[in-house]
Design a protein around this ligand. Structure first.
Ligand code: ZN
Length: 255
């Protein structure tokens, strides 16, 4: 009996051990491994996509920041009205002012339209009652290049060598990329009488414009006197420039 019971319990132990051995640990492990691999793959894929999205977002934001910087630099934050353009200072990179047409067909930066028209209206009395004409406003790079080419050709026709003609032309015409006309803030004004220019020289600052190239500042501006050329800088700067008899280069150097 006792012997029998012992054998019985040994058998049960054996069966339990067998059952434990039959339990598919191997499959459980494989399944778990598969799940782990799947989860890892999902995490990896989602992660990559997020990273790609982030990278492209980053590129976009960098591009936006760059173009904003150019815009702000050129148009807004750094006092758009005080942008300096002369023989040494090129027009700002990618500068594209929003242009509007003035009577006569020339175009200017929309922000100077009102003060310009006001000034021209008020100048009528010094111009035999006629509205002075804007004969040159904004110029594209191509237009400035053509003006330069024409001037060189003119000096060539007078018998100058190519290099002489180029040198002479540069005294009269700004190099493409270095003309104030290319930023849309400068205008050449044509009058019926010379009195108009005296009036403009005395009054243009009230409208935010300056007589940009006075004869006595030619050594600083690099341009011989141009009584017809007026540049918008805003009333504040124009008033100081007018009252102190300085030119834009001198004014900006102090700022
Ligand atoms: Zn001009």
């Amino acid at each position: 009996m006792n012997e029998n019971m012992k054998t019985d319990s040994k058998r049960k132990q054996y069966i339990r051990r067998q059952q434990r051995r039959i339990f598919p640990w191997k499959w459980v492990m494989i399944m778990m491994l598969l799940i782990v691999v799947c989860v890892a793959a999902i995490i990896l894929l989602t992660g990559t996509r997020t990273k790609t999205e982030m990278t492209s977002n980053h590129i976009q934001s960098v591009q936006v920041t760059e173009s904003q910087a150019i815009d702000e630099n050129a148009m807004n934050s750094m006092d758009w009205n005080l942008v300096l353009v002369n023989n040494e200072n090129a027009i700002p990179y990618n500068y594209e002012p929003e242009l509007v047409e003035v009577s006569g067909g020339e175009k200017v930066d929309g922000r100077i339209y009102d003060p310009l028209m006001e000034m021209l209206e008020d100048a009528k009395e010094a111009n035999l009652g006629q509205l002075p004409m804007v004969v040159s406003g904004h110029r594209t790079q191509e237009k400035q290049q053509k003006i330069m080419d024409d001037k060189i050709a003119e000096f060539r026709r007078e018998g100058n060598s190519k290099s002489e003609a180029e040198k002479l032309a540069k005294k009269w015409v700004a190099n493409p990329g270095y003309s104030e006309h290319q930023i849309g803030l400068a205008v050449d004004i044509n009058g019926a009488t010379y009195d108009l220019y005296f009036w403009l020289q005395e009054n243009c600052y009230k409208y935010g414009f300056i007589f940009r190239y006075p004869g006595d500042k030619a050594d600083i501006t690099g341009v011989a006197e141009e009584v017809w050329h007026y540049r918008y800088v805003g009333v504040e700067a124009a008033t100081e420039i007018h009252e102190r008899g300085i030119c834009l280069e001198e004014y900006l150097e102090e700022k």
